[in-house]
Write a protein that binds this ligand. Structure first.
Ligand code: SF4
Length: 401
C-alpha cells in the first residue's frame, strides 16, 4: 500500500463501457500516480444516476466491467483504494451538512449545471439532485481531505466551488470559542521579547500584507520550543487570520482527460456512440476503423487527401510509428494509397494495445469473486477513513451528540 500522505481523488461515472479516451487520458495516468500519491479511485454511481439517469443498464454489470478495465490498465488495488460511492454513505451525510453552508447562487452559477439544463431541456429531468450534484462532488473530495483531484478542465468551476465551500466551512467552524482571547493569552507564553516581536510581525502582515513578516513570524513560532503543538497551531491561525483547517482546499492535478477523436470525427464519447471500447474484439476494432469518417474532400480513391482534415490521421498521431505516419502523409497527399490501406496499420496498432488489455482482464473475467473482493475491501477502507473524518467535521459543527 502506498503510504504517501498526499491524497488524490479521481472518479468515473459508470454510464457505459470505457473507451480508448478513458484509457489514454485517465487510466494510464492513474496507473502512474498510484505509486506517487495516496490515491482514491471512486466509482461515482450516484453522479451517474443524477447525470445520466442510467435507465436501460444494469449498474452492477457496468461497474464490474469498468473495474475490470481499470485492473487491466494496471490500476493496482494494493496501491490505490478503489471504491463505490454509494457504498460509503458518509458521502451523502457530508453532502447534506455542506448544503447547509452553500448559498444557492453559488450552485446556479456553475457552468456544468447550466450545460446539463440545456442538454435536458426536452426531457423535463431538471432535479434537485442535478443542482446539488456539485455539493455532493465537494463532499466526495472533502470527505477524504484530498489535496488533489484529477479531473478535466470542464470541471474546474466545480473544484473552485469545493474550495469555496471548504474555506467557508473552515471560517465558520474552524474557530474555537473565545479564539481571540485564547490567542492573546498564548502570545504571552512566548515571553516578553518574542511576544512583542510576534505582535509587531502580525500587524505588519495583517495591515500591510508583508509576506516577509509572515515568514519571520512562522520561524519565530517554530523556534518557540516551550509552545505545545496546539499553542503553535493557534498562533499560526491567529497570524494568518484563520482558524483551524478542517477541510483541505483541493487543487486540480493535470491529467484528467485526453481528447481523442471518435469514429464519426467528433470527440469520442459514450453519449455520441462513436467509441472504440477498451477490450474491444479485434474484429470490432477493424469494423469500426474501416467505417471511420475520413477527409470529406477525398471522395474517390484517385482524389488526393489532406491528412490534417482527416479524423483517422489524428489517431495515427497517437498510435503509429513515425515511419508509418510519413508513409500515410505522402500516400494521402499524392493519392498513392487508399483510405483502407491507410487504416490497416492503425487497426493493427490499436489491436496490439488491446490484446495486452484483454490478456490482463482474463483472470478477473474468469473469476467474478476477484472484483467483488477488491471492491468490498476498497469500500471498507474508504469507509473507515470517511467515517473518521466525518466525526471530526461533526465535532467542529457541534453536532456529535
Ligand atoms: S488516406 Fe488516410 S489520412 Fe488520407 S484521407 Fe484517407 S484515411 Fe485520411
Amino acid at each position: 500500500m502506498n503510504t504517501e500522505t498526499t491524497r488524490v481523488l479521481s472518479a468515473m461515472c459508470p454510464n457505459g463501457r470505457l473507451h480508448l479516451g478513458h484509457y489514454l487520458g485517465v487510466l494510464q495516468n492513474w496507473q502512474q500516480i498510484q505509486y506517487q500519491y495516496n490515491c482514491f479511485f471512486m466509482i461515482a454511481d450516484i453522479h451517474g444516476l443524477i447525470r445520466y439517469n442510467n435507465d436501460n443498464q444494469q449498474p452492477i454489470d457496468t461497474i464490474n466491467e469498468m473495474v475490470i478495465d481499470w485492473l487491466a490498465a494496471g490500476v493496482d488495488p494494493s496501491q490505490a483504494i478503489m471504491f463505490i460511492q454509494s457504498k460509503v454513505p458518509e458521502h451523502f451525510e457530508l453532502s447534506s451538512l455542506l448544503s447547509v453552508i452553500t448559498p444557492l447562487g453559488w450552485l446556479e452559477r456553475i457552468p456544468s449545471y447550466k450545460e446539463a439544463l440545456e442538454e435536458l431541456e426536452h426531457t423535463n429531468s431538471n432535479s434537485y439532485g442535478l443542482l446539488g450534484a456539485p455539493v455532493l462532488q465537494s463532499a466526495d473530495i472533502l470527505l477524504y481531505n484530498a489535496h488533489y483531484v484529477i479531473t478535466g478542465e470542464e470541471q474546474s468551476a466545480n473544484i473552485e466551488l469545493t474550495r469555496d465551500i471548504a474555506r467557508r466551512f473552515n471560517h465558520l467552524y474552524g474557530r474555537e470559542e473565545g479564539f481571540e482571547d485564547k490567542a492573546t493569552l498564548t502570545i504571552k507564553k512566548l515571553g516578553t521579547k518574542k511576544a512583542a516581536l510576534y505582535t509587531k510581525l502580525l500587524l505588519k502582515y495583517q495591515q500591510d500584507g508583508n509576506e516577509d513578516a509572515l515568514d519571520t513570524a512562522r520561524y519565530l513560532l517554530q523556534d518557540a520550543l516551550n509552545l505545545s503543538h496546539g499553542d503553535r497551531e493557534r498562533l499560526s491561525a491567529f497570524l494568518e487570520n484563520k482558524g483551524k483547517v478542517f477541510l483541505q482546499e483541493p487543487q486540480i492535478l493535470a491529467g484528467g482527460s485526453t481528447r481523442i477523436i471518435g469514429t464519426d470525427g467528433n470527440p469520442m464519447s459514450i453519449t455520441r456512440n462513436n467509441t472504440i471500447n477498451i477490450r474491444e474484439t479485434p474484429d470490432n476494432v477493424a469494423i469500426k476503423i474501416r467505417s471511420m469518417t475520413t477527409d470529406p474532400a477525398r471522395v474517390r480513391r484517385s482524389d488526393p487527401g489532406t491528412p490534417s482534415d482527416c479524423p483517422v490521421w489524428s489517431l495515427h498521431q497517437i498510435y503509429t510509428t513515425q515511419e508509418i505516419k510519413e508513409w500515410v502523409e505522402m500516400g494521402c497527399l499524392s493519392a498513392g494509397i487508399g483510405c483502407l490501406d491507410c487504416k490497416q496499420p492503425l487497426i493493427d496498432a490499436i489491436n496490439l494495445q488491446q490484446q495486452n488489455l484483454i490478456e490482463k482482464a482474463k483472470p478477473y473475467q474468469e473469476d467474478s469473486t476477484l472484483v467483488k473482493r477488491i471492491l468490498s475491501d476498497g469500500c471498507g477502507r474508504a469507509r473507515e477513513i470517511a467515517n473518521n473524518n466525518l466525526k471530526l467535521i461533526k465535532h467542529a459543527m457541534n453536532i456529535d451528540y
